[in-house]
Design a protein around this ligand. Structure first.
Ligand SMILES: CC(C)(COP(=O)(O)OP(=O)(O)OC[C@H]1O[C@@H](n2cnc3c(N)ncnc32)[C@H](O)[C@@H]1OP(=O)(O)O)[C@@H](O)C(=O)NCCC(=O)NCCS
Length: 177
């Protein structure tokens, strides 16, 4: 079952489940400890939970366990905290007028390949369209395993930018009216 993060009965428990999934899904984050680990989480996920809690979705099992989440942002141009903290954010900004909303999605490793990630993405695209957005984008590694997943949800390559840590790509999908 999909719900908005802001509507969760127990926000502290939901946040901690999201944090666990986040670090199970992030190779670079898993290597960190202490305050570095906290800062890393805050930059990539905590910002969305704190500032955009109604734009973030969680997937819960029938038993109420959070097993997947999608941190979303309906207005990428207005997300000043992301400009400040996400190293790649400004590099792709010319695409934000065409693809104003963006997201990051992760599922618990024990609950992948069950359609949960896909359901979260489709819900966010629908929500974005309801907000009047013309398109949705995401940024991922140019050689990440997830390209086929995104392609099956109609996200296509729009731009590549090079960074010292490797190339990143912006994948975009137009919203239908
Ligand atoms: C990518 C991800 C969100 C997809 O969610 P999901 O619930 O597993 O996906 P669905 O069941 O809806 O769809 C299955 C697709 O996901 C792909 N997938 C499964 N595990 C994956 C993984 N670890 N990394 C990338 N893609 C994966 C499958 O290959 C499948 O694609 P296919 O049908 O073309 O073979 C999820 O697998 C995940 O959290 N992966 C690791 C973190 C990640 O890559 N997040 C995206 C960051 S931009």
């Amino acid at each position: 079952m999909i719900g908005e993060f802001i509507d969760q009965e127990n926000l502290v428990a939901s946040r901690s489940a999201i944090k666990e999934i986040f670090f199970l899904s992030s190779r670079s984050g898993a290597k960190l400890s202490g305050s570095e680990k906290e800062i890393f989480f805050q930059i990539w996920a905590g910002y969305y939970l704190d500032i955009l809690p109604a734009q973030t979705l969680v997937f819960k099992t029938n038993l109420g366990k959070v097993v997947g989440y999608l941190t979303g942002c309906y207005n990428s141009i207005a997300a000043l905290g992301l400009y400040k903290n996400l190293f790649y954010y400004r590099a792709f900004e010319t695409y934000y007028s065409q693809y104003p909303t963006h997201f990051h999605v992760n599922c618990h490793p024990d609950f992948r390949n069950k359609g949960i990630g896909g359901a979260l993405v489709e819900e966010f695209v629908q929500n974005s369209a309801k907000q009047g957005a013309t398109g949705v984008h995401l940024v991922t590694g140019s050689s990440a395993r997830n390209h086929r997943f995104y392609q099956s949800h109609e996200f296509y390559h729009k731009a590549t930018k090079g960074f010292s840590s490797g190339d990143l790509v912006l994948l975009g999908r137009k919203c239908s009216a």
